[in-house]
Design a protein around this ligand. Structure first.
Ligand code: NAD
Length: 266
């Protein structure tokens, strides 16, 4: 825990979905370092178990895992029941579990389209409603939704991914407006290019990594900790008057379009 509990997260209960690896694991570890008790939710039971072991070893914080599909309402209700009975209701929910699509919109099968929408969008709604119910009752809580710069910039060849992430941004803002009077906040973090198991195939190839780094004004690919730092602030009472906002964490990539003009004229 940070020595003076600056973020005010010590003793809070935080649920992080998709925390069996990648960005979610980074967020879970950061919240645990700040003294929160963590529930790791992931489809991948061994990844979830590993995150809990890492939390216990690195931080000494209390952590538990629940293996389930965030797109399944019954399983999420069961996860919330376990959290309530073991440590109490959630103070923080980080909606992070996500998958990418493949191929153009024309080539995407309806099954693939539906699965991406189910996990990336409906899963966020289900978790927000299930864990948010207790927050609304207690008039206190923070929901952090991991969106993507792909929600603003279409990602060709990624199927329903960009449409799903655009919808996550609006889901986050609508929850913010609906829940603000009930003391519950909702914000989003939009990552740029981040090195995780999802993107490892690209970044483990040095030539692709170098080419992509060249596109980022800050010159590096982000790491899960970069997203975790923003998510922890949004989760915490330190952002207590912030709701309905989205923080882009991308080393400036989102702002780089017109900078390409100088490359084109050289
Ligand atoms: P990842 O694949 O490394 O990790 C995602 C985790 O979610 C995995 O552990 C996976 O098992 C879990 N998961 C997937 N579907 C699930 C489901 N239905 N129920 C429960 N768990 C499920 O991915 P990541 O790169 O860490 O991405 C995390 C989030 O960040 C996603 O929402 C993704 O869209 C977003 N994001 C990632 C990047 C990037 O460059 N890596 C960029 C922008 C946004």
């Amino acid at each position: 825990m940070s020595p003076n509990n600056w973020l005010g997260l010590a003793g809070k209960n935080a649920v992080v979905t998709g925390a069996g690896g990648g960005i979610g694991r980074g967020i879970a570890l950061e919240l645990a370092r700040e003294g929160a008790t963590i529930m790791v939710i992931d489809l991948d039971e061994s990844g979830a178990h590993e995150t809990v072991a890492m939390i216990e070893q690195a931080t000494g914080a209390k952590a538990m895992h629940f293996a389930c599909d965030t797109a399944d309402a019954k399983q999420i209700a069961a996860a919330a029941g376990v959290l309530r009975s073991e440590v109490g209701p959630a103070d923080v929910l980080v909606n992070n579990a996500g998958i990418i699509g493949r191929g153009t919109l024309m080539d995407t099968s309806l099954d693939d389209w539906q699965r991406v929408i189910d996990v990336n969008l409906t899963g966020y709604l289900l978790c927000a409603r299930e864990f948010g119910r207790d927050m609304l009752e207690r008039r206190s809580g923070s929901v952090v939704n991991v969106s993507s710069i792909c929600g603003v910039h279409p990602n060709p060849q990624a199927g329903a991914y960009s449409p799903s992430k655009a919808a996550v941004s609006m889901l986050s803002r609508q929850l913010a407006v609906e829940w603000a009077r009930h003391g519950v906040r909702s914000n989003a973090v939009a990552p740029g290019l981040i090195w995780t198991p999802l993107s490892d195939a690209s970044y483990s190839d040095p030539s692709i990594k170098k080419a992509r780094e060249g596109l980022v004004p800050m010159g590096t690919i982000g790491m899960p900790a970069d997203i975790a730092n923003a998510a922890a602030w949004l989760a915490s009472p330190r952002s207590g008057y912030v709701t309905g906002q989205e923080i882009v964490v991308d080393g400036g990539l989102d702002q780089a379009l017109l900078g390409l003009l100088s490359t084109a004229s050289n």
